[in-house]
Ligand binder design. Structure first.
Ligand code: HEC
Length: 311
């Protein structure tokens, strides 16, 4: 600060300008971050809506069947072969339950659109549906508090979760054995997954849907600040600041200093530029000029008195 004390007014103002500029970049980045989260949340919500509706549709049908084909990576819940008539190739149908279909669709979304989602549960049948720490935390919150979603940033990703509630259609595979889950589904499920994830009632939290979208990096946010227009506006502000300090502050003060110097050397017949100024002006520099003018006049009177005494 010692350096600043003796430096030019313009240097001081420039210093202030740089601080203001840095603060405004910071505030812009903070706002951009907030806007980004808001935007990602909206995106995650609509992805969730879509997938919940799709799952509900599949559950309502008791799962969907594909004919003669299924994805090797995802498998199927069960299969059913149509008895072939003489010579014809047998037709095989494969059953896709909602959680399986969710994984299949997410794989497509992952590749094509840069986001993915999955359903997980603390009581999982399929090891792939085991929650990670973020999801386990969200599940705990949904089970103990009335929340509609949780979200946050983790490892370069925006993460969003919503509870998945048990609907009537889910009971066919997740309700009470015999009462809701009947043959042949009962045997299929028990054989494949054992006694896991039964006995749910309508309205229970069965698990969560978990969406992940890549987050914009801080660098990307910063580059949104330094656009051509922003740099141009910054340059214009610097020029305006410079012109203002130069012509409104520095120039009048320099002029005043010069004439005050002359005054100190005994020159009293000088123009301080106070002629047109009003006595009640609010401009501090004009007030200074008026004060100097009064000083000059006192000198003038003093000189005259001295001169008349010598005669
Ligand atoms: C046709 C049977 C069937 C129906 C109907 C069904 N599910 Fe499932 N669900 C399964 C099977 C089988 C699994 C485990 C295998 C897997 O992940 O594909 C599973 C897994 C899940 C999981 C993941 C946790 C785990 O156990 O691995 C959730 C959450 C889930 N189901 C919720 C629901 C909800 C909510 C509904 C109703 C909208 C529903 N399910 C309807 C059969 C079904």
């Amino acid at each position: 600060m010692g350096i600043l004390k003796n430096s030019r007014i313009f240097v001081k103002i420039f210093f202030l300008f740089v601080i203001v500029l840095l603060l405004s970049v910071l505030s812009h980045v903070l706002v951009a971050q907030k806007v980004q989260q808001e935007f990602l949340r909206k995106q995650a919500k609509s992805i969730t809506r879509q997938i919940v509706l799709t799952r509900q549709w599949i559950a309502g049908l008791g799962g969907v069947w594909s004919k003669n084909t299924y994805s090797k990576a995802h498998g199927f819940l069960t299969q059913y072969s149509e008895p072939s008539s003489a010579g014809a190739v047998a037709t095989v149908f494969y059953l896709h339950n909602p959680a399986l279909a969710t994984r299949e669709i997410s794989t497509l979304a992952d590749i094509k659109h840069g986001y993915n989602f999955r359903v997980v549960s603390d009581r999982f049948r399929e090891p792939k549906n085991k929650p990670d720490s973020f999801e386990a935390e969200a599940l705990k919150r949904f089970q103990t508090q009335k929340m509609t979603y949780t979200d946050g940033f983790e490892g370069g990703l925006y993460r969003y979760t919503e509870p998945l509630f048990v609907k009537q259609g889910c009971l066919k595979c997740h309700g009470k054995l015999d009462q809701d889950v009947k043959e042949p589904m009962k045997t299929i499920l028990l054989k494949k997954y054992g006694k896991e994830a039964f006995d749910y009632k309508v309205g229970d939290v069965r698990g969560i849907i978990s969406v992940q979208i890549p987050q914009q990096t801080l660098m990307a946010l910063m580059s949104s600040v330094f656009t051509v227009w922003n740099v141009l506006l910054g340059a214009i502000s610097i020029i305006l600041f410079y012109l203002f300090t130069r012509f409104v502050i520095v120039k009048p003060i320099t002029q005043l200093t010069n004439v005050a110097n002359k005054l100190s050397e005994g020159e009293i017949d000088i123009d301080l530029g106070a002629a047109g100024l009003k006595a009640d002006t609010k401009n501090e520099i004009s007030q200074l000029a008026l004060a100097f003018e009064r000083l000059r006049k006192s000198f003038e009177i003093m000189y005259r008195k001295l001169a008349s005494r010598k005669q």
